[in-house]
Structure formats: structure tokens, C-alpha cells
Write a protein that binds this ligand. Structure first.
Ligand code: SF4
Ligand code: SF4
Length: 377
């Protein structure tokens, strides 16, 4: 029996050669390029006829990564390197990183040093949105396009770039529709399912993801669910590519209704002002999207987070950081202060990994929920 679209989206979120979308792409003799950070302009890779897929890393491989990266590098970077050293990514034709945080750069350096893959590229990225930053970023995109043209042996024209940008824009609109459903008092899809759906879109062609999303949305928008009262939370912070924390929050009796995460709203929420130059549109999107903590100043992200709390009717925020992720840990102080000034309860949580040792957080989450329940009663 053929799987329905939502089931496929929930099951096909792994970046392995066994993923049907990756398998199918490779079987047509086409190239697959792994990317390491959401500032990678995927549209250019897609316009080159190559499949961009996000590298998520395998938590079971962290200890191997430890042998090469300093153990005080974030666990995401160590798990990616460990998986690569275990030859789990040998099916890739290339790796692209952006100069955002140090962990990403060191991961890229060691990958390049120890694991032979035909194409390696690291793109510089301005750490501020300013007129000179825009000009510089556009130049970086042009250089990246030329490198891909050389590697693929084909030109990438404006029509292909414009088409890829449109496909990605549609994806962002569909994902925003998915989040609209989380505004309901009892949403028809859980936070962990939403994360899986977004993750699936990072490891399959976006056209395929759009088709599956359209069908899944039609089903979800019509779905009736029995009403259930739970405290509503927003999670904000560093890399979360596993659903364990979201499931734990669920098990504690609350639900995550929105987020400020890298594989969450920061991936798709913003809209760029459009121009007739497709490369400029791509550049504007990546420079104007809700910024990661490695981009300054942090005000735009803070404003986005407060909008998420208000727009999704949430009663509290969990500020989450992976251990050794200094970029997000640094913002904790300011974010906690500003959220408390806005009367929004905050819990700071630092985890060893998005999926390992999660149970340790249970007591703190339960105590936080009790405090909110007391406040709102
Ligand atoms: S958290 Fe920031 S630096 Fe890390 S992968 Fe995401 S966008 Fe890139
Ligand atoms: S921003 Fe943090 S979680 Fe993301 S790659 Fe850098 S150190 Fe790791």
C-alpha cells in the first residue's frame, strides 16, 4: 500500500544513502551536496541540478569525533565528524559550509583534511546585516556559483536561479501554513512531528517536499482533534535536530507551540524583498532572515522570539543551548533579562546533546511548568 504524504514526511528525515529521495537522485547519476549550516544558499546548489542535503550527524558517533575535534566543541559538530569518519557520508559529492560559528569552520577543516570528497567549499558570511554586508554577500554568492559551475561542468543561468528561488519560497510559505496549525488550542500535529517534517525537507528535493507538504496540509487542516488543555511553550536556541526534548516536554504535560530554532522557524520564517535579479533575492533572504546567535546584533532574533510567544499564545520560553555552544549561551543573559521584563517566564537549559541524557532535564521542566501553572491560575 502506498504511504500517505504525512507518513512519508515523518519517516524520511534521515540524510543517509538509504533515504529514498537520496537514492533516487543518485540513481539518476546526479550529484548530492551536504551542507553544514542554514546560511548555505541551497537554492544555488539546486539550480546547478545538484541535491543539497543537510548533514545532521549521528549521536552514536560523537566519541569518534572527540578523537579529532577538541572535546569542548559542540556535540553537533563532533557527531557530524564522527559519522563522516565512519564513512557514513561517502555517498556525498561535496560538502559546503559557511563561515558562521567556529564549530562549523573546524568541522569543515577536519572533514576536508581527513575525508576525500570531490568538492569542498566554505563560504564567507557577513556577521551583520548592513549595506556593505549585502554587497559583500552578493559577491560571495557569485563566487560560490562559479565554483559550482566549474565542478558541475555546466553554467547556472538566471532562469535556473529564479526557478530554484521560487521553489524554495513556496516551501517557506507551506511551512508557515504548517505553523499556523500550531496556533490552534489543540493543534492537529505535535511539535516533534513538525520538526520531522522540516527535517525531511532538508534531505529531499524541495519540489518533492512541496508536493508532500501540500497534500499533508490538506489532511491536517481538516483534521478534528479532541480538545486538551496544556501549557504552551516556545523553545529557542541552538541546534536541535532530534525530537527528544520536545517529546519530554510533551510527557511533562505541556506542548511546544513554536520555536526559534535553526531547523525551525529560523529556517523559513522571513520573506525577502523581491528584485528582478534572482541572486540578489537569494542574498537578501539569507541576510535578512531571523538571525542565528552568531549574527549580530541579537535584537531581531529577540523580537522574533517575543512575536512567537505572543502570536502562538505561549505562556513561557525554554532557552536551550547545546553544551559548548558559546554563541547561544552568550545570548542567554540578555534574552532572559528581556523576556522577564516582558513578563514571560524563562527556563535556561543546557544539554549534552539534543537526544542524549535528556532525562536529566525532566525535574527542571516539571518545576518550571508548576511555576507557570501557579502564575496563570
Ligand atoms: S545554529 Fe547557527 S551556526 Fe549553527 S548551524 Fe544553525 S544557523 Fe548555522
Ligand atoms: S551555533 Fe552552536 S550548535 Fe550551532 S554549530 Fe555552532 S556551536 Fe554548534
Amino acid at each position: 500500500m502506498e504511504m500517505n504524504s504525512l507518513t512519508r514526511l515523518l519517516r524520511e528525515a534521515d540524510e543517509t544513502p538509504a533515504n529514498p529521495a537520496v537514492k533516487n537522485w543518485k540513481s539518476q547519476g546526479k550529484k548530492v551536496i551536504g551542507w553544514l549550516c542554514t546560511y548555505t544558499p541551497e537554492e544555488i546548489i539546486y539550480a546547478a541540478g545538484m541535491l543539497p542535503i543537510r548533514i545532521h550527524g549521528n549521536p552514536q558517533r560523537i566519541s569518534l569525533g572527540d578523537a579529532y575535534l577538541q572535546p569542548n566543541t559542540c556535540p553537533y559538530a563532533r557527531s557530524c565528524l564522527g559519522s563522516a569518519l565512519e564513512t557514513e557520508y561517502d555517498f556525498l559529492d561535496g560538502i559546503v559550509a559557511t563561515h558562521t560559528c567556529d564549530a562549523i569552520c573546524r568541522l569543515y577543516d577536519l572533514w576536508k583534511l581527513y575525508i576525500p570528497i570531490p568538492f569542498f567549499y566554505i563560504m564567507d558570511h557577513p556577521h551583520k546585516s548592513s549595506p556593505s554586508g549585502h554587497k559583500y554577500h552578493l559577491q560571495q554568492l557569485e563566487k560560490f556559483k562559479q565554483a559550482l559551475e566549474l565542478f558541475g561542468g555546466n553554467g547556472i543561468n538566471d532562469a535556473a536561479l529564479g526557478w530554484a528561488f521560487q521553489v524554495y519560497q513556496e516551501n517557506r510559505i507551506l511551512l508557515r501554513r504548517l505553523y499556523e496549525l500550531r496556533k490552534r488550542e489543540t493543534p492537529p500535529i505535535t511539535a516533534s512531528e513538525v520538526l520531522k517534517v522540516i527535517k525531511a525537507g532538508t534531505v529531499m528535493p524541495k519540489e518533492e517536499h512541496n508536493r508532500l507538504l501540500r497534500e499533508a496540509l490538506a489532511e491536517l487542516e481538516a483534521r478534528e482533534v479532541a480538545p486538551e488543555k496544556r501549557l504552551r511553550l516556545v523553545v529557542s536556541g541552538s541546534m536541535m535536530n532530534e525530537t527528544d526534548l520536545l517529546e519530554l516536554i510533551d510527557a511533562c504535560g505541556a506542548m511546544v507551540v513554536s520555536d526559534d530554532l535553526c531547523i525551525g522557524t529560523r529556517y523559513f520564517w522571513s520573506e525577502a524583498e523581491l528584485d528582478s535579479n534572482p541572486l540578489l533575492n537569494i542574498s537578501r533572504f539569507y541576510l535578512e532572515k531571523v538571525p542565528c546567535a552568531c549574527i549580530h546584533p541579537p535584537e531581531a532574533r529577540l523580537e522574533h522570539l517575543i512575536n512567537m510567544v505572543k502570536g502562538f499564545n505561549a505562556q513561557g520560553v525554554i532557552l536551550y543551548s547545546l553544551i559548548f555552544c558559546d554563541t547561544f549561551a552568550y545570548d542567554f543573559v540578555l534574552f532572559k533579562k528581556r523576556l522577564e521584563e516582558a513578563q514571560i517566564p524563562v527556563l535556561l537549559l543546557t544539554l549534552e546533546h539534543p537526544s542524549l541524557g535528556i532525562e536529566q532535564a525532566r525535574t527542571r521542566i516539571e518545576a518550571f511548568l508548576e511555576m507557570i501553572a501557579h502564575k496563570v491560575s
